[in-house]
Every structure is written in C-alpha cells, then in structure tokens.
Design a protein around this ligand. Structure first.
Ligand SMILES: Nc1ncnc2c1ncn2[C@@H]1O[C@H](COP(=O)(O)OP(=O)(O)OP(=O)(O)O)[C@@H](O)[C@H]1O
Length: 319
C-alpha cells in the first residue's frame, strides 16, 4: 500500500540546508494500522506530505495506493484520505453540507454525496451533529468530522497527521476507538503520525520510529520492547557496601544480562522481570543480603527510544 525507497526531502533555509527526511524506506501492507512515532521535528509531517503528494521529494521514490507520487499524483489523491493537522479551525457550514461539498470536490453527484455523508455520520456516531455548524463542535467531535471528510470518496488508505494533538485524554481514547473501528469495519489501511507514546503503543499494530529524518526502528510494540529495551529490576539496599556485595552475587545469575551499581541501588537488565525477581530475592536472602526495596520495570516505547537514541520522548509526550 505504501512503498518508499530512499525518500528524502531537504529545505533551503537562509544559508543552510535542512535535511528534514534523509532517505527513508517504508513498507506498509494493505490493512495495516501503522504509527509513525518520533519527537517534534523528526520529519513525520514532511514524510506524510510527500506520501500524500502535497510536497515533492528531493530524492527517492514512493508508491502509494498503487500509484507513483511523482508521475501519478492525481491517482494517488483519488485513492487516499488525508486528515492534516489543524483542520479544527471554525467552519461556518453545517457538518453534512461540509461533507457534501467534500464529495462534490471529488466529483460525486450531490445526491450521492448526501447519502454517503449521512452514512458516514451514522458510522462515526455523529448523526446528531449533522445540522450543527462546524465551528460549534468540541475538539473531539471536530476530529471525528475531519475523519468523515477524509473518507467521503471511499479511500482505501487513510493518513492521519497527529490526530489526537490538542485533545484531552478522554477524547483521545474515543478517537483511538474510532480509528480501530475504521480498521475493522471498513478494512482500511491506516498510517498515522504521533508523538504520543501511549497512542502508538496501544493503537498501532506496527510502529515506525523516526528520528532526525531517518527511520531507526520498525516492529510491533512488543517486539520493539523485547528486542531493544527489555525488562529491568531495581533493587535498593541500606548500605552501599551491601549493594556492592549484592552486585557481585547478581553477576552471572540466570536471567540477569547486565548489572549497574549506583550507590545503594542496583539496576539489572533481565530477560523476564516478574519471574526473575522472586528467584533473585531468595538467592540474595540465602547469602544473608537484605534487600530493602524491589521493583520490576516493564519497558515502554520510551525505553525503546531511549535505548536507540540515548534521549527520552517522555517530555514531548506531556505536551
Ligand atoms: N518549509 C520548511 N522550511 C525549512 N525547514 C522545514 C520546513 N518544513 C519542515 N522543516 C524542518 O524539517 C524538520 C522536520 O520537520 P517535520 O515538520 O517533518 O517534523 P515532525 O516530525 O512532523 O515534527 P512535529 O511533531 O513537530 O510536527 C524540522 O527540522 C523542521 O524545522
């Protein structure tokens, strides 16, 4: 559904050149729900704008929904839906009329567009809002109307650029349900960008992580966490000496991959945290070593990002 090779885009800004996207290879199969995750400025929107034919690549190639973005941009547009950022500015038109206009834009007769619009509003639980002016809607309602707009022409592939930015957690969760439903009811392929870790983790079947214009990892959230981060155990001791003795005992213990000693604390990289911890505690206890605190840390996608880049996405996530 999406296949890019060496796709790149640079921008000339004053005397410097910004390499926003540095030659990415992306493959998304029909029916997949993929999240493109990365910090601000990583190159997500630039990639999306190239895939949706809004921006010309500097180098490389991209086939989207079966057509080449450079030689057949019109065909690409006819087969995709694009829901960009910041569509939520007020619209004076009524919601259903907006949908009908969108359908007309794609060459649908008005009567047909009205039927399609009514169907979509029902499918997205928006029928009650059909006669409301766009500008009177809440942020969450507006995003769902934006999705309906993007789906008027029956696209097989939907692009969503930061769909939940600016929404409160409740509306973000509702939108996630909606996106899952689009997948299951309409069998759509969905490619969304996000800098919300939880959203990528819970919603996407596959996550592509982008940083400084390059794709640095691709996999299911659990694959990425297992291969790139792994479980950790944190142990606390009353004295630094005890911690040092415990560190020596933990080296080479079954399931322990790495031991880091910091003062009175030990941090262990382990295969399977929840099953290793009780065995480890019994082992240390048998040697007369008293552990004062113990925690198992199951990795998040932020730990994956940290392992790959040495930086955290968490600060971005608060925004
Ligand atoms: N028109 C432009 N002129 C100059 N630089 C640009 C332009 N558009 C994007 N950039 C730069 O390209 C880089 C990637 O930007 P992009 O908007 O693709 O990032 P992003 O991952 O979508 O970030 P965000 O999460 O903030 O939307 C950034 O350094 C940005 O400043």
């Amino acid at each position: 559904m999406i296949h890019t090779r060496g796709l790149a885009r640079s921008f000339k800004a004053k005397k410097t050149t910004v390499e926003a996207v540095k030659g990415v290879d992306i493959d998304v199969n029909e029916g997949e729900l993929v999240a493109f995750l990365g910090p601000n400025g990583a190159g997500k929107s630039t990639t999306l704008r190239m895939l949706t034919t809004l921006l010309r690549p500097t180098r490389g190639s991209a086939r989207v929904a079966g057509h080449d973005v450079l030689t057949d941009p019109l065909k690409v547009r006819q087969n995709i839906g694009y829901i960009g950022q910041g569509n939520s500015a007020g619209h004076a038109h009524r919601v259903l009329d907006e949908l009908v206009s969108q359908g007309s834009f794609y060459g649908m007769p008005r009567a047909k567009a009205r039927v399609r619009g009514t169907e979509l509003l029902a499918a997205l639980d928006l029928s009650d809002l059909a006669k409301r002016a766009g500008m009177t809607l809440s942020g969450g309602q507006r995003r769902r109307v934006d999705i309906a707009l993007g789906m008027m022409h029956h696209p097989r592939l939907l692009f969503l650029d930061e769909p939940s930015t600016g929404l409160d957690p409740q509306n973000r969760a509702n939108l996630a349900d909606e996106i899952r439903r689009l997948r299951s009811e309409f069998g759509m392929t969905i490619f969304l960008t996000t800098h919300y870790l939880e959203e990528a983790d819970q919603l996407a079947e596959r996550v592509l992580i982008i940083d400084h214009g390059a794709v640095i990892a691709s996999g299911t959230p659990s694959e990425l966490k297992a291969t790139l981060a792994g479980d950790r155990i944190d142990l606390g001791f009353a004295e630094a000496d005890t911690a040092a003795t415990a560190a020596a005992r933990c080296e080479g213990f079954a399931g322990v991959k790495e031991v880091t000693l910091t003062g009175t604390r030990l941090n262990l990289a382990v295969g399977e945290g929840e099953s290793t911890l009780p065995r480890l505690l019994r082992h240390l206890d048998a040697d007369g070593i008293t552990v004062t605190t113990a925690n198992v840390h199951i990795p998040t996608l932020d730990d994956v990002f940290l392992a790959l880049t040495g930086r955290t996405l968490r600060d971005e996530d608060e925004g």
